[in-house]
Design a protein around this ligand. Structure first.
Ligand code: COA
Length: 350
């Protein structure tokens, strides 16, 4: 990891997340795929996932999440929008400008970052760089993906794992010592392993294919599992070392929600107790770039993350890409649960 000289810092000032209303649970999936609730829960920890319905896209999820983060920050004044996504509305152009316009922010800098499931950590680092360079003083960072559109509908190896969603934060210029200051960052990639998770067709290398499955995600699950566990642990250790934190100082580990067994393996490698691992995958599935801000939102709303807590964040994705960062949790206003339909059900049951 390069030496990171702290010149000012990007500080977390707002948080929000949004899930599409349509929920597909494991029982519904097992009616059309050769799988079961028991297999999916024990192998992945997933119980349900939220899925976009026709007419709803990544830009919609990103816009909803972005609006909630701006509301939480108490201001819609931002100079830039960075959107982490691997499922933009179109191959070209990027989706970020459309999200900015939908939020009434036409004119600001807006671009996509594609580091797949590690995208949100990459986007946080990119936004922190914009702030450090003086190119922006407030940045909206959104992670949104619709992997339900990339999985082959009959593939029991991928359909149960992925869900759709959006999450976002507002970062503002601040100082390294204050609560909410992000960093250090640790980012990596290994393109030699690109084939472990790939959508072969649709890009410049294979515009068209006669095999319809080439347009869907092909995943070598067991190899991905092994790399994800090892790389997130290595990268987390780097961030702890650079931050000067002992592992037992970590109050919460917020890892990419790909599989609860991966999160437990990373925690075991690191020596973080299971009870300090934030897990919300049961309700969301793997939402790719939205996973970290969704997990932060859930953990903030349920009181797991408290002001002053030391929070370690790590993510891993196709590419391969992976990265980590850390912060001491700030006081945040107006952070809402993304599980609105569940709140309605609970209220009705009272
Ligand atoms: N339902 C029932 N059985 C299934 C199944 C499903 N949905 N998917 C696979 N199986 C079967 C397999 O066919 C295999 O059967 P076999 O032993 O008769 O050949 C068996 O279950 C074990 O499959 P395997 O792939 O070895 O299981 P696993 O323990 O590795 O779990 C994953 C599979 C995909 C859940 C796991 O490898 C994983 O989570 N990988 C990482 C995926 C990921 O995180 N991707 C995104 C990265 S950002």
């Amino acid at each position: 990891m390069p030496t990171q000289e702290m010149r000012g810092a990007a500080v977390l000032a707002g948080l929000g997340a949004w899930l599409p209303p349509h929920v597909v649970d494991n029982h519904e999936l097992s009616q059309r795929l050769d799988t079961s609730d028991e297999w999916i829960r024990t192998r992945t920890g997933i119980g349900q996932r939220h899925i976009v319905t026709p007419g709803m896209s990544t830009v919609d999820l990103a816009t909803e999440a972005g609006a909630l983060a701006l509301r939480s920050a108490g201001s819609d004044q931002v100079d830039a929008l960075v959107l982490a996504t691997a499922t933009p509305d179109q191959v070209c152009p990027a989706s970020a400008p459309q999200v900015a316009s939908r939020l009434g922010l036409t004119g600001i800098a807006a671009f996509d970052v594609n580091a797949v499931c590690a995208g949100f950590v990459y986007a946080l680092a990119t936004a922190s760089g914009l702030i450090a360079a003086g190119a922006a003083s407030r940045v909206l960072v959104v992670g949104a993906d619709t992997f339900s559109t990339l999985v082959e509908p009959n593939d029991r190896g991928t359909v149960p794992i992925f869900g759709d969603g959006g999450g976002a934060v507002v970062l503002r210029a601040g100082t390294p010592g204050e609560l909410g200051a992000l960093g250090p960052f640790d980012l990596h990639s290994d393109g030699e392993l690109a084939d472990l998770l790939v959508v072969p067709a649709g890009g410049s290398k294979m515009r068209r294919s006669d095999d319809p499955t080439d347009y869907f995600l092909a995943m070598q699950g067991t190899a991905v599992f092994r790399h994800a566990s090892a790389r997130m642990a290595e990268s987390s250790r780097e961030v702890l070392r650079a931050a000067g934190w002992a592992v037992d100082e970590v109050d919460s580990f917020v890892g990419h929600q790909a599989n609860v067994r991966i999160l437990n393996a990373v925690a075991k490698h690191l020596g973080v107790p299971k009870e300090d691992v934030v897990v919300n995958i049961e309700r969301t599935g793997n939402t790719s770039a939205a996973s970290i801000p969704l997990a932060l939102t859930d953990a903030c709303v349920d009181g797991t993350l408290k002001p002053g807590d030391k929070v370690l964040i790590s993510a891993f994705g196709a590419g391969l890409t992976w990265g980590s960062t850390a912060l001491r949790w700030p006081e945040l206003a107006d952070v809402e649960s993304p599980h609105r339909e569940q709140r309605i059900v609970q209220a009705a049951a009272l």
